[in-house]
Design a protein around this ligand. Sequence first.
Ligand SMILES: [Zn+2]
Length: 263
Amino acid sequence: MEQNPLQHILEYNLDLGKTKPDTVHRDETYCPFCDVAHLKHILEKRGRMIWLENAYPVLKDSWQTLIIETNDCNGEFSDYDPEYATKLIQFGLEKWQQVKDMGKFKSVVFYRNHGYMSGGTIHHPHSQIVGFKTYDYHDDIHPYHLLGTPILTEAGIEINLSVRPIIGFYEVNLILSDKTKLDRFVRYMQVTSTYFRHSFVSFNDSYNIFFYDFPNDDKLYVKIVPRFLTNPLYVGYMIAQIANGGHSQRFIDALKKDLQKTK
Ligand SMILES: [Zn+2]
């Protein structure tokens, strides 16, 4: 599809962005997500989960919403009780679908950040659901970005290591084709996140989770990516890199071992 490259871009309001609280990089003690009484524009509450409009809508032509995942400021997705994690992802998927069904957006993204290098500014665990009025992420992200060398395959679920990552090096893709297996799928998401946080590279606690859907495909696609400084070949030339065979295989073997231990 033809696109005007000068329009295929998101404008970020830096004036508003500068006023955003930051409990990840600055030593701020006030957490707006702990102060539930003062939260504005709440869309829905479900137990400890709250879906609300972002108080700092920095993106132009977008509708930015957040899911506050729990009342525990130091909570983290990979540590949640599995049953709670499934309920949370279920809630997120439901709200993501709801925003898509509004029919007002060219595309809707659903993702979460964790850690210093992940791009998030509020430490309190939360996910983002953002509708773009004029931007379709499918212009750039294609099903081949979610293909890879199998790490684990079972009925309704595939987990692989990207052979054509978006940036590189280790992007783990989880693909759910049987929605009744969601609890198992979420458990695997937690194991993968835990692996990145604790067993992958020491001193790296940052990662992102991204959700994708593709037209005429009812599978759920999830990408979990550990975050480091972005490599210059990507920044300068958009070249995605993968690790050489031995390293990829060691990574696959180690994560596979953890996934297979999963109850
Ligand atoms: Zn908090």
